[in-house]
Design a protein around this ligand. Structure first.
Ligand SMILES: O=C(O)CCC(=O)C(=O)O
Ligand SMILES: [Fe+2]
Length: 370
């Protein structure tokens, strides 16, 4: 396996790319208009997390309403002001990684998670700087491998290779993580604990917005044993950004994905027949609805197509934490949303594990065509 980082670096004078990476060709019908989020008449929704957790009942009910609308209309939203467990995070950061945490930051609430986000991006970046041999130790084959270093493979229906390297690791219910670089384990554990708390609060709001009990998703999806994993993507600079793609259009599996990035643009979301550029402040979480939330909500909330573009000059990184049901949990539409006479279920129930195995066999079939 050749990593994209290696390909981009060892051929520094690279002016073209191997044809296997040609994604945007004149005869493939994948071109939709691209618009910028700021220019868009109804821009990507922003959710103020502090109002969801500590607003007045009126503020909370407005935010729950906004959350429902964002899940229905966009399948994507941006979360700001996630003021969680500030003190323990501050203690963790200053003692474990030697970062000085400014007390004032703690007062304004989102300072510490900001530092944690930054250090998470930096440390995942250090992983990609390890030698190819060191990274190869984690080369994965199966979607259920708890640690998986790879390149190009994705669930999307295409044979084209992608301009990206990635490392994925399962962090819950059991914590796995590459042993290098130093600190990745502690930082990921703390970061995933925090994002897990944000995801749980969001899922409570989403439950209510669906007309379900606050704890519905948590209970029905067995989140206490839910599968949570990190996926860190590196998109090295590419000499042909108009031809190659970082990640082709796809939707994510699982319930809710929380994404952060290193400030380099590239993420686009499909909305009303356009690709909308999504370049939020790097301190915000970009959240999207996964396929299993779409199933659970009986299609009310959409797991929307998105893609990652590359550029000629800057390496882009994104770090996702994907929150899913427990592997043995059968996911089907919430019975409260189904009326067998007038409103049938529309999705067959399936265990999360079986869904992932099905994805794996599709990927396998594509990689080894008969
Ligand atoms: O890099 C990005 O912005 C998107 C990554 C993504 O969609 C994924 O890994 O599933
Ligand atoms: Fe994705």
């Amino acid at each position: 396996m050749i990593s994209i980082k290696q390909l981009a670096e060892t051929r520094g004078d690279l002016t073209s790319i191997p044809t296997a990476y040609n994604f945007f060709t004149p005869n493939n019908d994948i071109h939709l208009p691209v618009v910028s989020d700021e220019l868009y008449e109804d821009s990507i929704p922003t959710i103020d997390f502090s109002l969801l957790t500590s607003g007045t009942p009126e503020q909370r009910s407005k935010i729950v309403n906004d959350l429902g609308k964002a899940c229905r209309d966009w399948g994507f939203f941006v979360v700001i002001k996630y003021d969680i467990a500030v003190l323990s995070s501050g203690f963790f950061l200053s003692t474990c990684i030697g970062i000085k945490v400014d007390d004032d930051y703690q007062v304004i609430n989102h300072g510490v998670p900001e530092s944690l986000m930054k250090v998470m991006i930096e440390t995942c970046g250090e992983f990609f700087k390890l030698s190819e041999e060191e990274k190869q130790e984690y080369a994965g084959k199966d979607i259920l491998d708890p640690i998986f270093y790879g390149t190009s493979i994705n669930g999307a229906a295409t044979q084209v290779l992608f301009w990206r390297d990635f490392i994925k690791f399962f962090v819950h219910p059991k914590f796995h993580c590459p042993t290098k670089p130093t600190g990745l384990g502690e930082i990921s554990m703390e970061y995933c604990k925090r994002t897990g708390e944000v995801a749980r609060e969001l899922m409570k709001g989403i439950s209510v917005s669906l007309g379900l009990e606050e704890g519905y998703i948590e209970k029905a999806m067995n989140l206490d044993s839910g599968l949570q994993f990190v996926a860190a993507n590196l998109y090295p600079p590419c000499p042909k950004p108009d031809v190659a793609i970082g990640l082709p259009p796809h939707s994510d599996y699982g319930l809710l994905t929380l994404l952060i990035h290193n400030g380099v643009c590239g993420l686009q979301v499909q909305h009303k027949g356009n690709w909308v550029n999504l370049n939020p402040n790097p301190n915000a979480f970009v959240v999207n609805i996964g396929n299993h939330m779409e199933i659970l909500s009986k299609g009310k909330y959409k797991s929307v197509f998105h893609r990652a573009l590359v550029n000629e000059t800057d390496a882009r990184m994104s770090i996702l934490v994907v929150h899913g049901p427990a592997l043995e949990t059968v996911v089907s539409p919430a019975p409260e949303l189904v009326d067998n006479e007038t409103n049938p279920p529309a999705f067959a129930g399936m265990k999360y594990r079986e869904y992932l195995e099905m994805l794996q066999s599709k990927i396998h079939a594509r990689l080894s065509p008969k």
